[in-house]
Design a protein around this ligand. Structure first.
Ligand SMILES: Cc1ncc(COP(=O)(O)O)c(C=O)c1O
Length: 414
């Protein structure tokens, strides 16, 4: 009987259930406009990444919008983009009259292939967005060097790369500026938020002036976020996941609904206007959450990283490319490859481990946008990369279930 109720969920959010409840209740009454509190978070976060400045916006896409717009790039300039990311970033690039240009990824680290990046840069290239997928660190020094030789503006998106390093330095401290999204499921989750970090004195003055022009924050929007977060947290508790969510997933799968993606599928069409909420001010409530979460993130990350490293140290025939340079990665997700992902997910499920593939968009194949093309490695990562449950709040018994599954599956798959 107990065995029936012991499946490990595919993921979880970083907040404890108690914190989620508290934050939900506080979001109804907390002050939203305390600029000193927001500054306090910005200063602490900048220091954490070893940057001079941080400015907070409601979304990472908003921060990228300003980072690009303030470069005053001529219309039609090319921006080198990751083929896998969120659609909002592509929307921003296209909205600014810039042309996305995709570069395929290196299967060893899920970031740009160095040679392909070098070949893609032409006289029209003005900026590059380097995205670290799943907390995996590439040789970022080399990637930046390739761009800087040609005077290309470098934006790092380290939304999935917090606490990953290259050499002694944290990801997010290498480019001209860097962006971190503190949306749900991230290591620092402030119910949304996009933070622009830089050492550039001139840029920061302009960015701060844009921040002051944002629309007033919206409490209803915030309450919706804290509520969704609480529901997600409840849904991944052991009892609710096993009594309710897992059976629902199974029924959906049986009737042909795609349940393989982390959080469902999304609209693939270009937007006509950027939604107003992309330009609502980041709130002091969120900054306050950020200050608290910053104090916890290192300890929580250590637990997740240890779990990932332990899996990678198991003798296994499963393909894990994050084995290479594993001391640098922070494993926002641990990725297993399989030529037959449905089969591997089914086998994992038989071993009481729920798994999924990324719900990020394969941007390079969005045919309604300019620049769409085939990117074989990105496609492989998108369709054949499977998230092995690896989150900070897993208990020992859940971890052991995963270890046992990984060990057993290597026998089955051989
Ligand atoms: C790489 C990456 N960038 C950005 C975001 C989110 O950006 P936003 O804050 O605009 O929703 C995510 C969220 O999943 C992400 O994975």
């Amino acid at each position: 009987m107990f065995y029936m109720f012991s499946k490990v969920p595919r993921g979880s959010i970083n907040h404890s259930l108690g914190d989620s409840i508290t934050y939900f209740l506080q979001s109804w009454v907390s002050g939203l406009k305390d600029t000193e509190k927001i500054k306090q978070f910005e200063t602490l976060f900048a220091k954490y990444i070893d940057r001079k400045y941080c400015v907070s916006f409601p979304f990472a896409r908003t921060a990228i919008y300003y980072a690009l717009r303030l470069q005053n790039l001529p219309k039609g300039s090319e921006v080198i983009m990751p083929p896998i990311s969120i659609k909002g970033i592509l929307d921003v690039v296209v909205y600014l009259g810039l042309v996305p240009r995709y570069v395929d990824l290196d299967l060893r680290n899920f970031c740009f292939d160095e040679k392909k990046l070098s070949e893609a840069i032409n006289e029209n290239t003005r900026a590059v967005i380097i995205t670290y997928l799943f907390g995996t660190a590439p040789n970022i020094k080399k990637l930046v060097e390739i761009c800087k030789e040609k005077n290309i503006y470098v934006i790092e998106d380290f939304s999935q790369g917090l606490n990953a390093v290259f050499g002694e330095k944290k990801l997010g401290s290498f480019g001209d500026c860097s962006i971190y999204s503190s949306s749900a499921i991230k290591q620092i989750d402030t119910f949304g938020g996009g933070h622009l970090l830089t050492d550039d004195d001139k840029l920061i003055a302009e960015i701060q002036s844009e921040q002051k022009k944002l629309f007033p924050s919206n409490r209803r929007f915030l309450i919706k976020k804290t509520f969704t977060n609480l529901i997600y947290n409840i849904a991944t508790t052991k009892l609710v996941f096993n009594l309710l969510i897992n059976p629902i997933l199974m029924v959906l799968k049986k009737v042909g609904v795609n349940t393989e993606k982390m959080t469902g599928t999304r609209n693939k069409l270009p937007i006509i206007l950027m939604p107003k909420e992309w330009f609502n001010a980041y709130t002091s409530f969120q900054a306050n959450v950020g200050i608290k979460e910053l104090q916890k993130v290192e300890a929580l990350d250590k637990r997740r990283i240890n779990h990932a490293q332990k899996i990678l140290d198991l003798p296994s025939s499963i393909e894990f490319s994050q084995r290479e340079n594993k001391e640098n990665h922070s494993f926002w997700q641990l990725i297993a490859f399989s030529e037959n992902p449905l089969n591997l997910m089914k086998t994992l499920s038989d071993h009481k481990v729920d798994s999924c593939t990324s719900s990020l968009e394969l941007l390079s194949e969005l045919s309604h946008y300019p620049g769409s093309c085939e990117m074989p490695n990105a496609k492989k990562i998108h369709t054949k990369g499977i998230f092995i449950p690896c989150f900070a709040r897993m208990n020992e018994s859940q971890k052991n279930t995963v270890y046992e599954a990984i060990k057993a599956i290597q026998i089955n798959e051989k």
